[in-house]
Structures are given as C-alpha cells and as structure tokens.
Design a protein around this ligand. Structure first.
Ligand SMILES: C[S@@+](CC[C@H](N)C(=O)[O-])C[C@H]1O[C@@H](n2cnc3c(N)ncnc32)[C@H](O)[C@@H]1O
Length: 480
C-alpha cells in the first residue's frame, strides 16, 4: 500500500516543527507560487473566451490526429493549450508520459513542442496507431507504396481467404472477406515495416467501415441480415480512399514532428504496450516532468469497449507488425477489455476498506450504492481499485513536483453518479500531490461514444481536467 510522503506539503512542514521544514520552506513557497501562476493562466483562458475549454467548433483532428476513429479521443488543441501554459510557467519541462495513451493524441502534441514522450496502452491497436503517428514518413514513398498495393490487388486472382476466426462470416460478407484477403497479401508483400504499419492503419479504418458491425456504436453490434445484403460495399475503393487521405495526414504530421525535432534535436518518443498498473519505476533523471492522460471512464465492458472496437481490425493485421500483439488477446471479443482497468470483478469488495481510507469521495459513493445490486458495487470498487493501483505505478514514473493533467469523465452506475474527479483527487492527495485547478468542459455534440446506454450505464456530457502537482520527494527519496 502506498503512503503519503512525509513533509511534502508546506502545511505539513509548518505543523510538524521538523527542522527540515525551515530549510525547505523557501523552495516550497516558490512551488506554490508557480502552481498559482498556472492556475490563473488556465482560468484566464476562460475569462477572455467563455467556454474556452469546450473547444466547441475549434476541435479538429488533422496532421495525423485523424488517421483512425479510435473511441473517446482527446481534443488535440486542448491538450496543446495545456502544454503551452505549463511550459510558460515552468520552462524547464522536457518530458511527458501518458500511461493510457490511446491513439497518441498527447504524443503528437508533446512531440510537436519538442517535449519527449513515453506512452503505453494495453490495447495493441492503440499502440500501432500511436507508433505510426510517431514516425516521420516520406510521403512520396507512401504514394509509391499505395500504387504498388493497388496494382497487386488488381492482379491478384486468388480466392484464398487469409484469416480464420470464430464468427468471421457473421462479421464480414464473403465478397468483403475476399477483398480484405487481397489487401492483406498486398500489404504483407511490402518490405519496409514502417510502410506496412502505415497501411495496416488504413486497413484497420477500412475494416471499421466495411464489416457488418454498425459504426454508430463502439461495441460490436451487427446489422440485420437484410441490411447486410442490401449494403453497397466497395472494400478496395474504401481502402484506396482512406489510404489517400492517410498519406495527406501523414504529410502534415511529418511536418509537425519535424518542427518538434528542430526545437529539440534530442527528442525521444516511445510508444509501447503496457499495463498502467505494472509499469516499472523510472530512476532519477529518466523520470518525467509531466503526466498528461485520460484513463477510461469506468470498466471497459460497460463504458467504452476499446478492445472490442479493435477486435475485428486486429484479426486482419499481421501480428508481427503490431507492437506487443499476442494471439491470446484475440481469444474472444472481450479478451482485451477484461485485461483493462476494472476488467476483473472477482473479490473486488475486499478492497473497499482500503479505498475508503484513501478517499472520502469513494466512501460516500459506495454508501449510495449500498441500496443497489451487488454487481453495481463490484463494478465501482473493481474499477477504482485498478485505477488506484495504477497511480502507484504512474507516480513512480514522475519527477519530484511533476505536473499532472487528468482528463476525466464521470458516469452513472445504477443511477448514481460516480464522482471520479473527486476520487482521483483524493487518491493523488493521499500520495502527497497538491490540487492546482479543475477545469470543466462540455463535450460538444453530447457524451463521448459509449458501448451502449441504458438506465444503469450513463455518462455525462461534460468532462473535467484535473490539474495536480505531484509529490515533492525528500532527500530520503532520490527522485529529482
Ligand atoms: C480514454 S482512452 C485514451 C484516449 C487517448 N487519450 C486518445 O486521445 O486517443 C483510455 C485508454 O486506456 C486504455 N487502457 C485501459 N486499461 C488500461 C491499462 N490497465 N493500462 C494501460 N492502458 C489501459 C484503453 O485501451 C484506452 O486506449
């Protein structure tokens, strides 16, 4: 169990009477000043432009941010503005981590500003997207490869089917399966891994559009048989259109990344598969200056099924080109989601007491859920336990006094609103972090796309950005 560091807040020190306190008072007061400076900068944005943080009508996914419709993506411009503001008050910041990286929105925003980035996600498709977005591609080469792929597909007269998995024929019409097989052969024939990876992303987006699963929901949800028969699907044409737009996006993205490399020739970017609960601790200078992330809203099964959304594309992409891909992740449509935060509920209630001690907001919400079915309590406690566990691993990646930006959404379980923002704030404060500011934003167009909505699973059409400052470590702990 994590314990709050000793003497890490000004008040603690003043009250403790410990001699270390007097010696550290000046730097700590300075820290408080910088925190207030950032808080007022963030508030000012909304003073001059009301609803600034909603980014309504100002949110665009360009320069590589739109290469795949990954669920619940962040607003790039918003994260960019936060990075600008923190750089303004603390110009020494040089590195960012995102342990729930998704499609790599924070990666591109950080790298374009010359900030080194290290990100992980449990979903290999997310890591493939972020990897492609983190590379500088030569757009002429991409164009040549696209032409070669098109030619190979045209000349391919084979009817051989390249993939076999449970319910394949439920999710793909026979003509679509045949065309996707041709595309798979054509992409696999490319020699450069970076090129194959870029075109696998175009193939993933194609699969999202040509499969028998509706695009209106993140969860796999099949069209009716009549609808499937009536659909006009041009698989190869869709791929060619998407890959042309991918090349456009990657051209802009190469420019964006090159800007970052010009600002910082030592820029490092790393995107890998990993579980936020088990990240190895960083030592000394490897520790990051900024955490910028957006964890899931709740357990993936009842909120956003990131894994299920990736299940069909991952069946078709060559495993060896997807970072961290393992065949067991495709055992069934729930495999990735059950490994994600809140995915395992067995025995979850045994964690309740420990969490009550750490978070009054958690204790209050669990009290409200007592009147509801046991499953509602399990889902709540299971998710908060996993999130809490990830905080140990995440804070161990950060330097002393690191900046944290948590984009958080809240949901309802059995009609009870889960106060995720207050819970994360409590759990971080327990570890010695200080609150800097909380920004609220409306999600333009309603709530983010959820797995499904019903009376017991509902999410809000607002989200918050919780800004905290990580613990300041004492000399007893050498992280600096
Ligand atoms: C809200 S999304 C992040 C979206 C991202 N900010 C973007 O703009 O694309 C949350 C991510 O957390 C990932 N995730 C869930 N459980 C995880 C875990 N235990 N470790 C790492 N990533 C996890 C999901 O796969 C998903 O990609």
């Amino acid at each position: 169990m994590a314990h709050p560091p000793v003497f890490n807040a000004t008040e603690d020190r003043a009250q403790s009477g410990n001699p270390l306190g007097a010696a550290r008072e000046a730097p700590m007061r300075l820290a408080a000043q910088v925190e207030e400076e950032l808080a007022s900068k963030l508030r000012e944005r909304a003073t001059s432009t009301p609803e600034f943080w909603s980014f309504s009508g100002r949110s665009r996914r360009e320069a590589g941010h739109g290469i795949f419709a990954y669920p619940a993506m962040m607003v790039p411009q918003l994260q960019g503005a936060l990075l600008e503001d923190v750089k303004a008050v603390d110009p020494a910041v040089a590195s960012v981590i995102d342990p729930f990286m998704g499609s790599g929105t924070v990666m591109l925003e950080s790298a374009s500003r010359g900030l080194s980035f290290s990100g992980t996600d449990i979903n290999p498709l997310a890591v493939l997207l972020a990897t492609v977005k983190s590379q500088v591609h030569d757009s002429e080469q991409l164009t040549r490869v696209r032409q070669r792929i098109a030619l190979r597909v045209t000349e391919d007269t084979s009817d051989e089917i390249e993939v076999e998995f449970h319910n394949r024929d439920k999710w793909f019409r026979a003509d679509v399966t045949r065309d996707l097989s041709k595309l798979k052969r054509a992409i696999s024939a490319e020699r450069s891994k970076a090129m194959r990876q870029a075109f696998w992303v175009a193939m993933a987006e194609t699969i999202r559009l040509v499969s028998n699963s509706r695009t209106s929901t993140v969860k796999l949800h099949s069209y009716s048989v009549d609808e499937i028969d009536a659909r006009q699907i041009d698989t190869i044409g869709t791929f060619l259109r998407i890959s042309a737009s991918l090349i456009e996006q990657l051209r802009d993205q190469a420019e964006t990344l090159s800007r970052g490399f010009r600002k910082n020739p030592n820029l490092r970017i790393s995107c890998s598969v990993g579980d936020a609960r088990n990240m190895p601790a960083k030592k000394n200078r490897a520790a990051a200056d900024i955490l910028m992330t957006s964890p899931p809203y709740g357990d993936n099964v009842t909120t956003v099924t990131y894994g299920q959304h990736s299940y069909l594309p991952l069946q078709w992409i060559d495993c060896s080109d997807v970072p961290g891909m393992r065949q067991e992740l495709l055992e069934n449509t729930r495999s990735i989601d059950s490994l994600s935060l809140g995915g395992k509920l067995k025995g979850a209630l045994t964690w309740a007491d420990e969490l009550r001690d750490k978070s009054p907001a958690f204790a209050h919400c669990l009290e409200q859920l007592q009147a509801h079915p046991r499953n509602a309590q399990l889902r709540f406690v299971g998710f908060v336990h996993d999130l809490d566990q990830s905080l140990d691993a995440i804070t161990a990646q950060l330097r002393s006094n690191a900046w944290m930006f948590w984009t958080l959404g809240e949901r309802k379980i059995s009609g009870v609103r889960v106060p995720t923002v207050a819970i994360v704030r409590d759990l971080l404060a327990f570890r010695g972090s200080r609150h800097v500011e909380t920004l609220e934003r409306k999600i333009p167009g309603g709530s983010k796309r959820m797995a499904f909505r019903n009376a017991s699973v509902e999410t809000m059409n607002t989200e918050s950005i919780l800004v905290m400052r990580g613990p300041s470590y004492t000399d007893l702990d050498s992280r600096s």
